[in-house]
Design a protein around this ligand. Structure first.
Ligand SMILES: [Mn+2]
Length: 358
């Protein structure tokens, strides 16, 4: 594995490349062209400039999160082939710049849903949180308004104001799309992009739906082991893989995270590792990465990745907001750096235990 940190680019991120470099545990960044709309072509010059900036700081680009998939592709509308052509060209341009891992998601309308961006924990840190009761009580068109005050001036991925301004229209697009149709549209997209992935050795890593169930009546398909296995089988190419996001798949306590990891060796191309603390099955908050602060056994998660030969980038996922940092919720420096150190510690211990055993 390679320890990485997500970085939104010098125009958008409060965290600098210098800070990431000095985290020491981290050698690569996961980044993107943050101002590109879904469906828009990523020009090679812009990718190249981003790469030079990252490399000048002593780091490298370990992968992209995300090249976003347009609503036309997700809904299978008349424009999807045009957008898929652009997606293929963007992948070609990334491949030419030596970038071989691309994370994306196939969630309708909202990339992820949390009902609070700054829930206060007993130690005064703040975290993202979710309660089903709050989702059930809110008009989905008001969802963005209800949380935008807590974004600390940032534009959160998947919650771009330009898209949210058309929220009603977006819901309309998905009116007749059920889970099966959404799945077919994903398969259509994957089949179309696999040749360029083969040519440039690009690993596609779909991000699980977050939370791992339907919200606001919208279909969700990457939610559990069975659905993931179906998706991998339907397009049975090693470049078609997943992002193992513990904080997303783990929202459903029925999902056995180490079991999912062990069931799909070689098809996990990227890992997001974080912990959640459940107050009830429908009320959870993001916790410190430490196992004892939340519900997941982080040792077993990291051990499953290790023992299945995981070699891709791994990143601490959302962190708590601590030490009075002001940053995009979930994406401050301090707690993510603690998370990176903790995961590297687990990895080193597991590695040494394995080596001394044989
Ligand atoms: Mn994630």
């Amino acid at each position: 594995m390679e320890m990485t940190m997500r970085w939104y680019g010098s125009k958008f991120d409060t965290v600098t490349l210098k800070q990431i470099r000095q985290t020491a545990y981290v050698t690569g960044v996961i980044t993107m062209l943050y101002d590109k709309q879904p469906g828009e072509l990523w020009p090679q010059e812009e990718i190249h400039a981003l790469k030079e900036e990252v490399e000048a700081a002593g780091l490298h680009i370990s992968g992209i999160e995300s090249v976003n998939v347009s609503d036309a592709i997700k809904t299978g509308s008349a424009d999807r082939d045009r957008d898929i052509d652009n997606y293929i060209k963007s992948l070609e341009n990334l491949g030419r710049e030596g970038i071989h891992m691309v994370c994306y998601n196939f969630m309708p309308v909202f990339d992820w849903t949390r009902t609070e961006l700054a829930r206060r924990r007993p130690d005064g840190s703040t975290v993202l949180a979710y309660t089903q009761e709050a989702v059930d009580a809110i008009d989905p068109e008001k969802m963005f308004d209800s949380i935008k005050g807590d974004m600390n001036g940032s534009v959160m991925p998947g919650w771009e104001p330009e898209r949210m301004a058309h929220i009603k229209e977006l819901f309309g697009l998905y009116q007749d799309i059920d889970a099966e149709q959404l799945f077919r549209n994903l398969v259509y997209f994957l089949k179309a992009i696999m040749p360029v992935c083969d040519q440039y050795n690009i690993n596609m890593a779909i991000h699980p739906d977050d939370p791992a169930w339907s919200v606001f009546g919208l279909p969700r398909i990457i939610t559990c082991r069975e659905n993931i296995e179906r998706m991998l089988k339907e397009v049975d190419n090693p470049h078609n893989g997943i992002t193992l996001c513990t904080g997303s798949l783990g929202t459903n306590l029925k999902n056995d995270l180490p079991g999912i990891i062990r069931s799909i060796p070689g098809r996990i191309h990227f890992a997001h590792v974080r912990n959640l603390k459940f107050n009830s099955p429908t009320n959870f908050e993001e916790a410190a990465h430490l196992s004892s602060d939340g519900t997941f056994d982080m040792y077993e998660i990291v051990r499953a990745l290790y023992e299945t030969g995981f070699t891709g980038p791994i990143r601490p996922d959302h962190g708590r907001m601590i030490w009075d940092e002001v940053a995009m919720p979930g994406y401050g420096l301090y707690d993510r750096a603690l998370g990176a150190a903790y995961i590297c510690g687990l990895w080193e211990a597991i590695d040494k235990a394995h080596k001394s055993a044989c």
